[in-house]
Design a binder for this molecule. Structure first.
Ligand SMILES: [Zn+2]
Ligand SMILES: [Zn+2]
Length: 443
């Protein structure tokens, strides 16, 4: 099916890849950007009036738990990609900690068939580093790369065996596919939240930041040793960002992501505080202490870390923003003691408003924000999108940067509303999400 011609009229066009930030039109034909600027209306084109709206390249999330195959009570391809489209994402990478694990050509091929039938945005799988994510035996990297996987990751766990990590990174250099690492020394990280004043106040078992720092350091050393491409997931500590910055300066091939929740929330949220940091927004109503919707891995950290992560995003030590969208069914969160509840936050529908709050506070330009959420991942992974340039795929997100809204369980597309943002006022909402010129979400 060929999408109808479209004219997006009078929006604020943001295209970081081409240093473009101006009011103008965008025309779309045959699933691609046809022209940009002052554009003649194509014959029979449908017109989207974008006055007052931002028109940006479709957002790209390199870290999503789609939960398929195996966990439909948490999320499905339908619900997860609908949430992605509602959040402005046109491409997502899905993590392999599924059942079965995405560790073979067969599981990837089967998932790709399901994606082709059921997804409303583009989905690119990440395969596991080790079979069953058990850490003992490496997958067949070359065969999986030939299936088009965009990374290898045992996310959810660290691959403890340094020899397997070395081999994986060596292979990544040849295949040009990154090794995507969740950095957590499991023996140190037996707690439920950040170890510090708040965990002591609440009497909850803590996770010291060193559990993350130790593995970031090891993996950077192995990247240096091998020349492989290391991508560090969900950096949550300032010292981790410092290690990555130093490694980049020394020529190590490392990229890194930070999550909106680690940029704007702190461990005080576990105590019930609902003050967003790094932004100028009114706090939400205080929540219950030890609400499992504040439990995430790596955990929410003190404000000093959130500030250091923002500085790292600004100076390029951290490359991009991803969500670590980690849906869980309500019974895995509510009614479960905090120490036993599942780790993870819903992310796809909150990344844009939280990032726009950083823009309003003056920490990022709108163009820098869109770069972190689209142009940069497109460039690093050579995805062919992430731009409004004529000829590019017409993956476009059109949003109102000023619309205020309140997330509730009911107005989200994800199957799992596990977030402490429910009931808070957020600013910035997607109006249209186009994938290859087809409207996949309208708000
Ligand atoms: Zn992880
Ligand atoms: Zn994850």
């Amino acid at each position: 099916m060929v999408a109808e011609p479209l004219l997006v009229r009078g929006g604020r066009l943001i295209d970081p890849a081409n240093d473009l930030d101006e009011i103008g039109d965008l025309s779309i034909a045959d699933g691609r950007i046809a022209a940009i600027g002052a554009v003649e209306t194509p014959a029979q084109a449908r017109v989207i009036d974008a006055a007052g709206l931002v028109v940006a390249p479709g957002l790209i999330d390199v870290h999503v738990h789609l939960r398929e195959p195996g966990f439909p009570e948490k999320e499905t391809i339908e619900s997860g990609t609908a949430a992605a489209a509602a959040g402005g994402f046109t491409t997502i990478f899905c993590m392999p900690n599924t059942n079965p694990t995405l560790d073979s050509v067969e599981t990837i091929a089967r998932l790709n068939e399901e994606i082709a039938r059921r997804a409303v945005v583009r989905v690119r799988p990440i395969a596991a580093i080790t079979k069953g994510r058990r850490g003992a035996e490496a997958v067949n990297f070359a065969a999986l790369a030939a299936q088009g996987v965009v990374g290898f990751s045992d996310d959810g766990d660290t691959t403890a065996d340094s020899a397997i990590m070395r081999a994986a990174l060596e292979t990544s250099r040849e295949l040009n596919v990154p090794i995507v690492v969740h950095c957590e020394d499991k023996a140190l990280a037996r707690g439920a939240m950040h170890e510090g004043d708040v965990s002591r106040e609440l009497g909850l078992p803590g996770i010291p930041p060193e559990a993350e720092e130790i593995i970031i350091a090891r993996d950077l050393m192995l990247a240096r040793l091998t020349g492989g491409w290391l991508h560090v997931c969900h950096v949550s500590i300032g010292r981790g960002a410092d290690l990555i910055r130093a490694a980049k300066r020394a020529g190590v091939r490392v990229t890194a992501e930070v999550m909106p929740h680690h940029l704007t929330m702190t461990d005080r949220w576990v105590a019930g505080d609902r003050t967003l940091v790094n932004v100028d927004e009114p706090p939400g109503e205080p929540g219950q202490p030890a609400d499992a919707n504040t439990k995430v891995n790596p955990p929410l950290r003190p404000e000093a870390d959130a500030k250091a992560l923002l500085a790292a995003l600004q100076d390029g030590a951290i490359d991009l923003i991803a969500t670590d969208h980690a849906p869980h069914a309500a019974q895995e969160k509510q009614g479960t003691p905090f120490a036993q509840a599942a780790f993870g936050l819903s992310g796809l529908e909150f990344a844009l408003p939280l990032t726009l709050a950083l823009v309003r506070a003056g920490h990022l330009t709108l163009s820098e924000a869109i770069a972190a959420l689209s142009a940069t991942p497109a460039r690093l992974w050579n995805l062919g999108g992430g731009t409004l340039a004529p000829g590019a795929p017409a993956d476009v997100t059109i949003f109102d940067p000023n619309e205020r809204w309140t997330p509730t369980g009911d107005n989200l597309r994800t199957r799992s509303a596990n977030t402490p943002l429910l009931g808070m006022t957020l600013t910035g909402r997607v109006r249209h999400t186009l994938v290859a010129g087809e409207e996949r979400y309208r708000g």
